[in-house]
Design a protein around this ligand. Structure first.
Ligand SMILES: *Cc1c(COP(=O)(O)O)cnc(C)c1O
Length: 386
């Protein structure tokens, strides 16, 4: 039997276990050790983020953001329906009401133009999700937020090494634009540590409190820097910091960001180029769109099928050839948990992407031969379809 082409396969740079060994031998493997500091330095110096704090997941970073902006029961938060559950859960845990936004017609990202109609006196924040690492229109979102005095928390889980270009031509890294931003290093993302995340604190007023919330409500971080002579319980908080073993793994990945990104972009471009030239493709599928204010960080390659039954047939066809393609989110406004709480608005685009989007095998070690198999299988599907 032919070997299975998986949907995802974690890529190792080779130094992960070397650095983990170093961390273990350093004698300190709890949070904020040498490798955590190296990672923070990488984000703050090389990526030029403001304050960066490693967390155990993007989910955690979002939960920290919800605490930092002071979400209280009854507050409303505007979130796309086509996203991962964590985007909403972080605010639900603090009693927020979620006002779900539809996707855009042409892509899964949130429809920025319908945000304003959902704003009322209870609205506290907008949470744009940069789906597939493709920027939301941050000119529009930041402008709305400013006019209505709202916080913007970027769910940048998939958006490492991706950018937004403002109307004035200025370019900004995704994750550096909102008041706060959350990244993920889950093994399905571009840069991984198994589980892991990052909170970026762009609004300086949250910097001190972010450290405290991350350290069980204590001022231990300031104590370690010698800024206070003893540490104690000063606020609410939890344990959001990862072990230095996780940071050691992550640092090996960060050092290889450029080569990982080059590999991913090469694979992305090969898919895109092949489908562009495939006869009959466009009558069944459409390809991802990258607006001119956004960049492509090679996070994922997806196809949008013309209807749900075509997707079902395609997934079966690929599976028969030992290729694992997968669909993605089920719109959250239709979820078992939130359906009855949702305000009833129809969100047809989110439903369309729930029904019709397929993610193709995508990982740095996908060989040319394997990728050709995927492309050929889709070519055959297109031919058989006509
Ligand atoms: C992966 C992902 C998350 C969750 O990340 P974890 O690190 O697994 O908590 C949240 N939001 C989006 C959009 C994601 O893709």
């Amino acid at each position: 039997m032919e070997k299975l082409i998986p949907f995802n396969k974690p890529h190792f740079t080779g130094n992960e276990t070397v650095y983990i060994k170093n961390a273990v031998e350093s004698g300190k493997i709890s949070g904020d050790g040498i490798y955590t500091k190296k990672c923070h330095e990488f984000f703050e110096s090389l990526m030029e983020f403001n304050k960066s704090l490693l967390t155990t997941s993007c989910t955690d970073a979002l939960e920290m953001a919800a605490i930092l902006i002071g979400i209280e029961p009854g507050d409303e938060v505007i979130i796309p329906s086509y996203t991962f559950v964590s985007t909403a859960n972080a605010f639900i845990l603090r009693g927020a009401i979620i006002r779900f936004i539809d996707s855009r017609e042409d892509q899964p990202g949130m429809d920025e133009r319908s945000i304003e109609s959902l704003i009322n006196e209870k609205t506290k924040a907008i949470v744009p999700v940069h789906y597939a690492g493709v920027a939301c229109d941050m000119d529009l979102i930041m402008d709305i937020a400013e006019r209505h005095d709202l916080y913007v928390i970027e769910d940048a889980a998939q958006a490492i090494d991706s950018f937004f270009t403002y109307r004035n031509g200025k370019k900004a890294r995704l994750g550096s634009i909102g008041h706060l931003a959350a990244f993920s290093f889950h093994e399905t993302k571009n840069i991984i540590s198994g589980e892991g995340g990052l909170l970026v604190v762009n609004d300086q007023k949250f910097a001190t409190r972010a450290e405290i919330i991350r350290e069980k409500g204590t001022n231990r971080s300031a104590f370690f820097r010698g800024e206070v002579d003893k540490y104690g319980w000063v606020d609410k908080g939890s344990s959001f910091l990862p072990s230095d073993i996780i940071a050691a793994f992550l640092y090996a990945q960060l050092e290889n960001l450029e080569s990982i990104q080059n590999k991913r972009l090469e694979i992305w471009n090969r898919y895109d180029h092949s489908f562009h030239h495939m006869k009959g493709f466009e009558s069944i599928f459409s390809k991802p769109i990258i607006p001119n204010y956004a960049t492509n960080n090679g996070h994922m390659y997806y196809l949008i099928c013309r209807c749900k039954s075509i997707r079902k047939r395609l997934l079966t066809h690929l599976k028969r050839r030992n290729i694992l393609a997968v669909f993605h989110y089920l719109s959250l406004h239709n979820s078992k948990f939130y359906r009855a709480k949702h305000d009833g608005r129809e969100l047809p685009n989110a439903d369309k992407f729930s029904d019709c989007l397929v993610r193709l095998p995508f990982y740095p070690d996908l060989t040319r031969e394997q990728q050709n198999k995927v492309i050929d299988a889709i070519g055959d599907f297109v031919n058989e379809f006509h």
